[in-house]
Structure formats: C-alpha cells, structure tokens
Design a protein around this ligand. Structure first.
Ligand code: AHR
Length: 312
C-alpha cells in the first residue's frame, strides 16, 4: 500500500510540476475565446504552469512563440495552428529538443511523428452534417447557397468546405453560387455577406448561407437584416461551433442550424500529456471530439442558458 501511495504522490507532484507553452491563434471568434478560457482553467485545476502566447492570427508569431518555448525548456507545447502548412521545421526543432507537441482544434500537413497527438473534431464530418441538414431542409426546391469560408489555408476552412460539398453532391437543385473567406470573424462575415447580397439581386436569389463558423453567421445575419430580408426564413443560416450567440439568433428565428465544436480541447490534451509524462504512454495520433447538430427544435433558449457563462 505504501508503494501505491508513494506512486500516487509522485504522480500528483509530477503533474503540478509541468510547464506547458500554448501558442493560441488569436481571438477571432467567440469559440476561440472560450477555448482560451477553458485551456487556462484546465491548466489551473491541474496545477500546470501555462505560458500563453497570442499569435494575432499570424503563423510567423506562432513559430516565434514555439521557438521561445523551446528555448525556455518547457515540458510540452500546445499549438492551435492557424494554417495547415509550414510547420515541419519548427516542429522538427521541438522534436530535437524532446519536447512533445500537441495540436489543438486544427490539423496540419506534416508527418505525424512531429507531434504527440492532435485533439480536433472531424472537420469534414462537420461540413457534411451542415450540408445534410440543408439537403433535408430544402427538399427538391432550387437552392442557391453562398458560403463564408474560414481562414484561407486553415484545416477547418479546407475540410468544412469539402464535407459540405460532399453532402450536396448529387443534389442538382442545390448549388454553391458564391464562396469567399470571412476569416472566421463577425466583421468580415458581415462584409462578405453584404457583397454576396449585392451580387445576388439584393439577396433575393440567395436561399441559404453556409458559414464555416457561427461568428461569420452572426455577421451575415446582420447583413441580411440590413438588406431588408429575414434571416432564418428568406435566407436559411447554417454554421458550425454552437456558441451562445447563435442560440440567441435561433431563439429569434434568425439562425437555423449549427454543429457543435467543444472548446474543451485542452482537457483531453492534458490527460494524455500527464500519462505520457508519467509512464511514457503514447496516445493515439488523433483524439476526435464530438460533432452534434443543433436546430431550432433543440431548445435554443435552454442551450443558450447552459452555455452563456462558459467563457465564450
Ligand atoms: O479551428 C476551429 C475554428 O476556429 C472554429 O470553428 C472557429 O470559430 C475558430 O476561429
């Protein structure tokens, strides 16, 4: 019994001793803000010393931050990678320094021996769920969709587009008329939606907007209203994240569907990191989070209440 107690004690002391660098993308969306809050809470609860670096949407800042963490000799590095390419060199440096790297919420195009694991959703599936919702909602009616893409070159922008296109493939009545990046922000989402509306007969020719995140959808809703149309009715709104504000829009009948992305990527990341540090257990290369569809039928008021104080 005493050796078990001793092991438990040393395990607990070990977790408390960890110093982890976190290179966050920035604060482009409500979801991103929540992920930052949850990561800081998770670190605090576990006694992990979290070194936080905000990259302000720039990969070069993320690379600098990672190099800084390596120089400080941290025990591990979390990266939410803004884009999918261009990581090999810096991750090679982390590997050389024997510092495990965990990717949060976005995937990268690099050999998987450069990181310990990636905690992300299946982003192609998210796009598919959004597309399948629209296919069902529209039925056989002709439907011109406009698409607000996420940050160019980011894995969610690439994959959510792919998944949605897969869902509508074979449905000749549904076409993507326009598709442009809104950079995952409300401001850009609104701006781009305004230009779509202008180009599509004052919005009258648009049947639905598919936004790669809720913040852009909220921006688009504003643009639709300012054009004198009814979001959720004249133009259907489907997006991804399930942030509290989209449930407010759903309550008002102005948004139709969203696919939930948990902001708690750090919990599973710290779980596997602590195990890896304690006894060398290697996690799977991909820890997949859930993707759940919410519509106006799913008690948006209740969901809003349950989420509103969670750091979004
Ligand atoms: O990588 C996850 C995406 O990044 C979220 O859907 C979006 O809101 C964020 O900016």
């Amino acid at each position: 019994a005493s050796s078990v107690a001793c092991l438990m004690l040393s395990g607990a002391a070990f977790a408390a001793d960890l110093t982890v660098g976190f290179s966050q993308i920035g604060s482009e969306s409500g979801w991103r803000a929540a992920e930052t809050t949850v990561t800081q809470q998770q670190a605090k609860e576990r006694g992990i010393d979290l070194k936080f670096a905000d990259a302000q949407q720039k990969q070069e800042n993320q690379i600098k931050a990672v190099r800084g963490f390596i120089a400080q000799g941290v025990d591990a590095i979390l990266i939410a990678p803004v884009v999918a390419t261009g990581w090999d060199e810096v991750l090679g440096e982390a590997k050389e320094a024997e510092i495990p790297v965990i990717l949060l919420d976005r995937q990268i195009d690099a050999p998987d021996d450069l990181y310990l694991t990636a905690v992300t959703s299946d982003q192609v599936f998210e796009g598919k769920v959004a597309g399948e919702w629209l296919v069902k909602d529209v039925g056989d009616k002709a439907c011109k969709v406009v698409e607000l893409q996420g940050t160019t070159g980011s894995s969610p922008a690439i994959n959510r587009k792919k998944g949605f296109e897969e869902a509508i493939a074979g449905k000749s009545n549904i076409t993507i008329a326009r598709s442009q990046t809104g950079d995952f922000t409300r401001t850009k989402g609104k701006e781009v939606m305004e230009s779509f509306i202008k180009a599509e007969n004052g919005g009258k020719d648009i049947c639905a907007v598919y936004a790669h995140n809720d913040d852009m959808a909220v921006g688009a809703i504003q643009a639709i209203k300012e054009a004198g149309l009814k979001p959720g009715t004249d133009i259907k709104v489907v997006s991804i994240d399930a942030v509290p504000d989209i449930f407010l829009a759903m309550q008002a009948g102005e948004a139709n569907a969203t696919v939930e992305l948990t902001p708690n990527m750090a919990g599973p990341a710290f779980d596997v990191l602590e195990k890896f540090k304690a006894d060398g257990t290697l996690p799977p290369k991909w820890i997949q989070t859930e993707s759940k569809l919410f519509t106006q039928a799913d008690d948006p008021k209740g969901v809003y209440e349950s989420k509103k104080d969670l750091g979004y």
